[in-house]
Design a protein around this ligand. Structure first.
Ligand SMILES: O=CC(=O)O
Length: 247
């Protein structure tokens, strides 16, 4: 009951002739919505600000108190232009960006035409983006794609958002980059491991927002995923092809 299948040994399933189903497409919108919510929560420091209200830190008005950074006029870089990357790109258009960059396994000319996105190298995306949104799958090529080398290339003011898989980011390097001010903030809906231990250093940082992998967590989406997973299971039991089959 998920779109990702990096937690399943598909080679072994294939060898044992065990069909594997997944639930693509139906969680794209919910995950894109959550990604935008996490982006705004991180860039506008919503969690920090809300906790100031509760702790009594909200004092008299001060010009730069709780200031974040604007999406309007900014350059956004999307890493991974699959279903979710495209849905995030569509939604983010409405913020009046100056540039939408993307880096992906394959170039997507139709997305470039429809959304005005510009295909760039990973390095250029790191150097030019004010906000970077990770939407790629986890593979041997994307494992720890974001490491100390990548953080050093990014702007000091950059905000990194990840709603794909925790393994795409080297979390030790992220912690160090956030502490040293190599990047400004990070918003993670996914971590490695999950759940993230409550004493993890990232949880001590005010500029790191961590959510418990809730990308697809709307009642409508989880219900649709459950129905599709059940249909896959019933088809499998009847030795029929699954409605959506990984292998
Ligand atoms: O991350 C969520 C999923 O793979 O369904």
């Amino acid at each position: 009951m998920s779109v990702g299948f990096d937690h399943i040994d598909t080679k072994e399933c294939l060898a044992r002739k065990i069909p594997v189903g997944f639930t693509p497409d139906i969680l794209t919108d919910a995950t894109a919505e959550l990604t935008i919510a996490l982006l705004l929560a991180t860039s506008r420091r919503l969690l920090e600000a809300a906790s100031e209200v509760k702790s009594g830190g909200w004092g008299t008005w001060s010009p730069l108190w709780m200031c974040g950074s604007s999406l309007s006029g900014s350059t956004v870089g999307i890493v991974g232009m699959g279903r979710i990357g495209e849905a995030v790109s569509q939604r983010i258009q409405s913020f009046g960006l100056s540039h939408l960059l993307y880096f992906s396994r394959n170039r997507k000319k139709d997305v470039e035409r429809r959304l005005g996105a510009e295909f760039v190298s990973f390095e250029q995306l790191l150097e030019d983006s004010d906000f970077i949104i990770v939407c790629c799958t986890l593979s041997k090529d994307t494992n720890h794609l974001f490491n100390s080398w990548a953080f050093k290339k990014m702007k000091n003011s950059a905000v990194l958002i990840n709603s794909s898989r925790g393994g795409v980011i080297n979390q030790e390097d992220l912690y160090s980059a956030l502490c040293k001010g190599e990047i400004r903030a990070a918003g993670l809906d996914v971590t490695s491991p999950e759940p993230l231990p409550t004493d993890h250093p990232l949880l001590t940082l005010p500029n790191c927002v961590v959510l418990p992998h809730i990308g697809s967590a709307t009642v409508e989406t989880r219900t649709a995923m459950a129905v599709l997973a059940a249909k896959n299971l019933l088809a499998g039991l009847k030795n029929q092809p699954l409605l959506s089959q990984v292998c």
